[in-house]
Design a protein around this ligand. Structure first.
Ligand SMILES: [Mg+2]
Length: 277
């Protein structure tokens, strides 16, 4: 069966906003998946707002959009939420006061640029940091890890762009932001606030940006351990497409906050339901 409703409410739901995972949904590597262009065009034609939400901990939305355009997906920067941008937006949002929040970045130059662009002050002084922002950094030193732990022990808030254990690269899987956050958590005994999926923060930011409530919003993703729980915790419905990480059998077997509302074989199947008369 190409389209299965695990939640019967979905058969009649009229979706008024969509968030999309990219890898495994719209594209795989540099290949645009069947139905992706029809989906984006169909949403645009019907004026249904959409946002791509990606766990990328170092790219700005504009850079991510450039990448999507380079493989043939028509995406603007204001249609992307990255974990890096969402980290800055979260910190600025929770920081009460007129002054810009002072953030000690554990991530690389790109994360630093995202924080500054998002309205944070970046500091390398552990004593002045009010927040520590964790993202991947291939040049991370023990010294920086040590300073970040000191800042958190002193009371700085511990924010992590995503909890990804690893990040795939050309040369193999490198430790992800989640692995770095775990080291800090063990060293300090303090818990983090996570931005990326499976936390709901990015979905909530995307909904605010689209000015839509979660009730009639849908997230389309390929992972039961990140896409589905993130959307569910934000109050949104979820469709699992089985063109990426997880298959139909795994979707049917999922329970709790990993259980999708819809399982679809691919995007053309989603489109046929979404754009029904
Ligand atoms: Mg994916």
């Amino acid at each position: 069966m190409a389209l299965e409703f695990l939640n019967p409410r979905m058969a009649t739901l009229r979706v008024d906003a969509i968030t999309l995972d990219a890898d495994g949904v719209l594209h795989r590597g540099r290949t645009v998946l069947p139905g992706a262009l029809d989906l984006l065009h169909g949403l645009n034609e019907r004026a249904i707002p959409w946002q791509i939400v990606t766990n990328n901990s170092r790219q700005t939305a504009e850079r991510a959009a450039e990448h999507y355009r380079s493989i043939g997906l028509p995406v603007r920067g204001d249609q992307v939420v990255t974990a890096a941008d969402a980290t800055a937006a979260y910190i600025v949002g929770v920081h009460a006061g007129a002054r810009r929040p002072r953030v000690y970045p554990l991530g690389d130059a790109d994360q630093r640029a995202c924080l500054i662009a998002g309205g944070c002050q970046v500091t390398d002084d552990e004593d002045r940091a009010e927040y520590v922002a964790v993202g991947i950094n291939r040049h991370l030193t023990y010294q920086r890890l040590f300073h970040a732990c000191n800042a958190i022990r002193r009371g700085a808030r511990f924010v992590v762009a995503n909890l990804d254990a690893t990040v795939p690269t050309e040369t193999g899987a490198i430790p992800g932001a989640g692995a770095l956050a775990a080291a800090i958590k063990v060293a300090t005994g303090k818990d983090w606030y996570a931005i990326g999926k499976p936390a709901p923060e990015m979905m909530l930011q995307a909904l605010r940006r689209m000015a839509r409530a979660p009730a009639a919003a849908l997230h389309v993703g390929d992972r039961l351990d990140s896409d589905v729980p993130a959307a569910l915790r934000a109050g949104m419905a979820t469709a699992l497409v089985t063109t990426g990480e997880h298959g139909r059998e795994e979707g049917l077997a999922a329970s709790g906050d990993a259980r999708p509302d819809i399982i679809a074989a691919d995007l053309p199947t989603v489109n046929a339901w979404l754009f029904r008369p």
